[in-house]
Design a protein around this ligand. Structure first.
Ligand SMILES: [Zn+2]
Length: 460
């Protein structure tokens, strides 16, 4: 361990997290480091306790859920464990979008952090939660990343999506926020590189950072990491020992995993997270599926049968349904986030953890766009930007035609205006140079036959 990392993990980081920023993240991490080794029945008891607390709170203090309990003809007493959760209806994305106010608790917890997501269905969703939930999220992320060998203070490269282009960089508040984020990242030795546009020059620059800054761990969008890996393999550019790679945001496909292993070694780890709840599941060193974050979330995989749902069998594809046990301010109870997954065969993993596993996450594959020079561009760049424009955009879809021209379809809200349009324009000028883009305002974007609305369509 180098001196900085030692100092960081023993002194700087605890002081920063617990003192300066007043976050009990490390206490929670210490708790989660212990619970991960508990037998399944104990973990289920922990989860059931947190679930009952959430349901009672939601029933008493959240109008939306009070109504849902009444409609289902039950009270929280009818749900003793996760196995009873099917008695409550699924919260669909469209239900969640139209009910922000009604889903906010009027007592017992306060929304302190507000965010929005474009999701995988091209319809932005605004949500909120309390600071204590934020601490749990970070603790869970540190635990999951820790399985890949990540330790705070290591020199990490984050080959990840950037936020929207800054329209107002002169604004003092914006500058202060940027300064805070940059200080935080510098202290943690986190290096962020936008993975949106992946031409040869950009990928060479990333290789240069890995070499020059002696990167010790890489966190990346799965397909962005794979493009980087293929660039390294093709050019014979690897000059480093093994570096663990933590993949997220997109499904990690087998050919991509193989490329990543060739470029960085066999420590390749898939993670499954979302903006709504952060880390939902994470791959352990046994590489035998992804363990769910069961102390802070209920991750169900369900199959719909008419109005009813049942749990998917091991190996069976189903919808991911999330209950966030730490968000009391604006609860997500049985929220179908639009992803599909396959539960693994039950049983303790070779790593020794009993935390239930997902065998795979399906359907989280984004199309790759091509810019005017032929360079690959991550289809998620618009998701990332539009997540910040939720007030102005109801639905969107990016269509790249055979001649490479792009049509950006947007279903606007009443608040859509010149400012939103300016951000969209800057986004395509930055990521799709040399591509003619036309913006088309529409009233609705129909779903595909699968029921999913594809966010990025590439015509072939
Ligand atoms: Zn395991």
């Amino acid at each position: 361990m180098d001196l900085y990392r030692h100092l960081f993990s023993r002194v700087l980081y605890p002081a920063w997290e617990s003192g300066l920023r007043g976050r009990p993240t490390l206490r929670r991490l210490a708790y989660l480091e212990k619970t991960q080794w508990r037998p399944l029945d104990e973990l289920e008891a922990i989860q059931a306790g947190a679930l009952q607390r959430l349901l009672r709170h939601a029933y008493e203090n959240v109008p939306f859920y009070r109504r849902r309990f009444a409609e289902a003809g039950i009270t929280p007493n009818a749900i003793r464990s996760v196995a009873d959760l099917h008695k409550l209806p699924i919260l669909r994305r469209e239900d969640a979008q139209g009910s922000a106010q009604e889903r906010t608790a009027n007592r017992g917890a306060t929304v302190e952090i507000r965010k929005s997501t474009s999701g995988t269905l091209g319809r932005p969703l605004v949500f909120g939660y309390e600071r204590s939930s934020e601490n749990w999220r970070h603790a869970m992320k540190l635990r999951g990343y820790g399985w890949a060998g990540y330790r705070p203070g290591q020199r990490s490269l984050h080959f990840w999506g950037a936020g929207p282009p800054r329209v107002d960089t002169a604004n003092l508040q914006t500058r202060l926020r940027d300064l805070k984020i940059n200080t935080d990242r510098a202290l943690r030795r986190e290096r962020y590189v936008d993975c949106g546009h992946r031409g040869s020059a950009e990928l060479d620059a990333v290789v240069d950072i890995i070499r020059r800054e002696k990167i010790e761990v890489i966190v990346c969008y799965s397909q962005a990491g794979a493009d980087l890996a293929r660039h390294i393999i093709a050019g014979g550019l690897r000059t480093w020992p093994d570096i663990p790679v933590i993949c997220g945001a997109e499904r990690l496909l087998m050919p991509d995993r193989i490329a990543l292993e060739a470029a960085f070694g066999t420590g390749v780890f898939e993670t499954y997270g979302s903006r709504e709840v952060m880390l939902m599941a994470s791959e352990c060193p046994a590489h035998a599926g992804l363990h769910t974050s069961m102390e802070t979330l209920v991750v169900e995989v369900v199959v719909r049968e008419g109005e009813r749902t049942r749990a998917a069998s091991p190996g069976e594809l189903g919808e991911v349904v999330i209950t966030d046990l730490t968000n009391l301010a604006m609860p997500f109870i049985r929220y179908a986030n639009g992803d599909l997954a396959v539960p693994a065969v039950p049983g303790t993993c070779a790593c020794g953890r009993a935390l239930p596993r997902l065998a795979s996450i399906e359907g989280r594959v984004t199309e790759t766009l091509i810019d005017g020079t032929g360079a690959r561009v991550n289809g998620l760049v618009f998701n990332v930007v539009i997540a910040h424009l939720a007030h102005g955009i109801r639905q969107f879809q990016v269509v790249q035609h055979r001649d490479r021209s792009v049509t950006l379809k947007v279903a606007p809200t009443l608040e859509y205006g010149a400012e939103v349009e300016a951000v969209l324009r800057q986004t395509w000028e930055r990521y799709l140079p040399g591509v003619p883009v036309s913006l088309e305002l529409v009233t609705d974007i129909p779903t595909a036959a699968s029921g999913k609305r594809q966010v990025v369509v590439v015509e072939r």
